[in-house]
Design a protein around this ligand. Structure first.
Ligand SMILES: Nc1ncnc2c1ncn2[C@@H]1O[C@H](COP(=O)(O)OP(=O)(O)OP(=O)(O)O)[C@@H](O)[C@H]1O
Length: 670
């Protein structure tokens, strides 16, 4: 009210200021807001007539539709935001207006009474409200000033527009290009002090929506310097590609990170900005999907962040094992033992007794409609075993569909699993989407990290498993599904049940039979796995043609492999890449130092241990532990020295390490 009164007093004062400006040439410095004085001066310089009464014609229909088409993306995102703003100002005698970067009004939404009055001054779609055409006004002046602006009553340069009060904020894309203006206009007698704030909120929502749609195929990191800021309008957004490159930062993100150059598009890798890699950040997020990530900036300081992705990200990022294409005869990949169609329970058997015990048990339930639960550390081959069960049973010709419950934000799991009908929610594809459960019809559904599934989703999954029918979001009728279910987790699920994090009834549903896969360090067939992986990876060489030196193999066997087969696979992949074309032996210099250094990371004790097979099983070799590394090392060095006749330089060369390193390993201090 106070403000309203102040505005009515101001109206009288404005009349004096106008007289001073138009009759005496200028106004006192402090008489009007700076942007208004600047605008008035621009208008006079451009020779605009403040008393012009003739209506300025709208652009013709053809020009108007071309302009609307040019701003199609802006319009499609703005209409929802405008509806939302209109809801806030409904019945206040106002309207919401969207103009393009030239000031042409593209769309307007408002109270019918006021829309009529506004039409009398041509505040309507198709009219050009640039400053050059209409003088000082919020739309045109916000475009020139490139910032939010409020123009009240007689602050409008043209007398006939003084019936209006207008608040407008410019809209920018992430590169700093001006896209247009969002404006809220009303009768100057019903001025509201919060209107400009509302227009700014609308612009923030709009810019965010545009950024999200531009980066629908990227992972978004919403962040703020304060934890409470994440999820609010002040959060910044970073877009990160699947390979960890930062490919976009919105206006807010640039402000928070102090990046002034809006035109800069490349930011480099995630690790250039933060003191962690993209993969490590995603792993942390997957372990605690409800929590916020605390990320240290390389430039100093910390931000709080929450990653989130759209369905398009999951569609664009290969989902491990999802509905694979049928294999073509003669396909090279198909001949490699690792191609999905070629993996069977037999092909996984490489001689370890604990693993064999697990494979035999799993084999017994294949094709019997008994859900299988696979437990084991990350990277031990749980998904591969699920695929092997699928390929070894009667559903082999059906789809194998995998979903990692820990890698999907909670709000997307439901639509991913159950699918949705067209228009079921904002942002849904018009044609709807078939969920993973339905995709697996006639085949196998593999739910990885089931222990991380949110409780609400557990209840829905339980219903599907009980009724064997799935109800997509927005659908009125459930669809029957016929699936074999295999689940995996690195957690001890029975403990999660006790802790109230996993439903007991679902536990019994998914746990028809549990098998445990041993960690790599406890397996006795590491040598066989190394050979197998080399054959799978070295696709450009004949099978069996790349060897691993005996000494190197002993280091590999002695290393504890905290990342299990996945880590071994990566190490060998790098080693093969380092091999010259004429080399056929993997030597120490092809492998990371830590394999020889004896200081491997300690393995995560939270994982479920693999129980030993019962006494009746074929006698298993004693489990291997991440041990003996120092012994193996001493042994290898001793032999190298013997072979080199005590010549330290020659022994070091043979081992692929420097002479100093060898001296250090021999216990010499420098
Ligand atoms: N027996 C094997 N032979 C060849 N490659 C294997 C074998 N087991 C696992 N791998 C490879 O190791 C990697 C990890 O396997 P997989 O994804 O099945 O493990 P996981 O236990 O499901 O891991 P996570 O729990 O992290 O999802 C894959 O690239 C897979 O191809």
């Amino acid at each position: 009210m106070g403000q309203t009164l102040a505005r009515s007093e101001q109206a009288a004062e404005l009349a004096t200021l106008r007289r001073q400006f138009f009759e005496m040439g200028d106004v006192p410095e402090r008489g009007l807001p700076e942007p208004v004085i600047r605008s008035w001066r621009r208008c006079r310089r451009d020779g605009l007539d403040e008393r012009a009464s003739s209506r300025i014609d709208n652009v013709n229909r053809c020009e108007f539709s071309v302009a609307r088409e040019r701003s199609g993306l802006l319009l499609s995102h703005a209409s929802g935001v405008m509806e939302h703003l209109y809801e806030q100002i409904r019945s206040s005698g106002s309207m919401v207006v969207l103009a393009d970067a030239d000031g042409l009004i593209l769309h307007a939404l408002g109270d019918p009474g006021f829309v009529d009055r506004a039409g009398r001054v041509a505040l309507q779609p198709g009219a050009d409200w640039s400053e050059r055409q209409r003088g000082t006004n919020a739309v045109g002046s916000a475009l020139v000033e490139r910032r939010p602006i409020e123009i009240f009553g007689a602050e409008h340069y043209m007398e006939r527009n003084s019936i209006l009060t207008c608040s407008a904020a410019p809209i920018f894309d992430a590169r700093g290009e001006m896209l247009g203006v969002l404006d809220i206009s009303g009768d100057h007698r019903s001025y509201q002090p919060h209107t400009l704030g509302l227009a700014r909120v609308g612009v923030r929502l709009l810019e965010r929506s545009l950024f999200e749609s531009e980066h629908a195929r990227h992972m978004l990191f919403a962040f703020h310097s304060r934890a409470e800021g994440v999820g609010g309008l002040q959060e910044g957004l970073l877009a990160v590609s699947a390979d960890g490159e930062i490919v976009g930062a919105d206006r807010q993100a640039r402000a928070l990170l102090g990046i002034a150059d809006a035109h800069r598009s490349g930011f480099g890798g995630f690790g250039n900005l933060f003191r962690t890699s993209f993969g490590a950040a995603m792993d942390r997020a997957a372990r605690d999907p409800m929590g916020l990530l605390e990320l240290e900036l390389r430039a100093g300081g910390t931000v709080f962040a929450r990653p989130r992705a759209s369905l398009a990200w999951y569609a664009a990022t290969p989902v491990r094992g999802a509905a694979r294409a049928p294999r073509r005869a003669g396909d090279e990949a198909a001949r490699r033992p690792s191609s999905p169609g070629a993996i069977t329970l037999e092909s996984l058997a490489t001689g370890d007794a604990t693993l064999q015990f697990a494979l035999d048990r799993a084999g017994k339930v294949v094709g019997k409609n008994i859900p299988l639960l696979i437990q084991g550390e990350s990277g031990v081959g749980k998904e591969l075993l699920a695929q092997a069960c699928h390929n070894s049973g009667p559903r082999a010709s059906g789809p194998f569909v995998a979903l990692n419950c820990a890698a999907i934000p909670e709000n997307l799991i439901e639509s991913e699993l159950f699918g949705y009908t067209g228009g079921a929610f904002t942002g849904a594809r018009r044609e709807g989407a078939v969920g993973r459960i339905q995709q697996a019809h006639g085949g196998t559904l593999f739910l990885d990290e089931i222990g991380d599934m949110p409780l609400a989703m557990q209840a829905r999954l339980l219903r599907v498993l009980q009724e064997r029918r799935v109800l997509p979001i927005g659908a009125s009728e459930a669809v029957p599904v016929d699936i074999a279910l295999v689940c995996a987790t690195h957690r001890v699920l029975s403990e999660a049940v006790k802790a109230g994090q996993f439903r007991e009834d679902l536990y019994y549903r998914v746990n028809g039979l549990t098998v445990h896969l041993p960690p790599l360090r406890e397996r006795s067939d590491i040598r066989r796995i190394v050979e197998k992986l080399i054959d799978e990876e070295a696709t450009d060489r004949p099978p069996g043609s790349v060897r691993v030196g005996g000494d190197v193999m002993r280091f590999i066997e002695g290393y504890p492999w905290p990342g299990n087969i996945r880590q071994l696979q990566n190490v060998l992949r790098v080693a093969l890449a380092l091999l010259d074309d004429d080399e056929d032996e993997i030597r120490p210099n092809h492998l990371p130092e830590e394999i020889f250094s004896g200081d491997a990371p300690v393995h995560d004790k939270r994982h479920a241990p693999a129980p030993a097979p019962p006494a009746s099983a074929e006698a298993a070799p004693p489990p291997r532990r991440g041990r003996r590394l120092k012994e193996v090392q001493a042994d290898v060095i001793q032999r190298a020295l013997e072979e080199a006749g005590g010549n330290v330089s020659a022994a070091a060369r043979q081992l692929g390490i420097s002479r100093n390193t060898l001296y250090r390993k021999l216990g010499y201090k420098f």
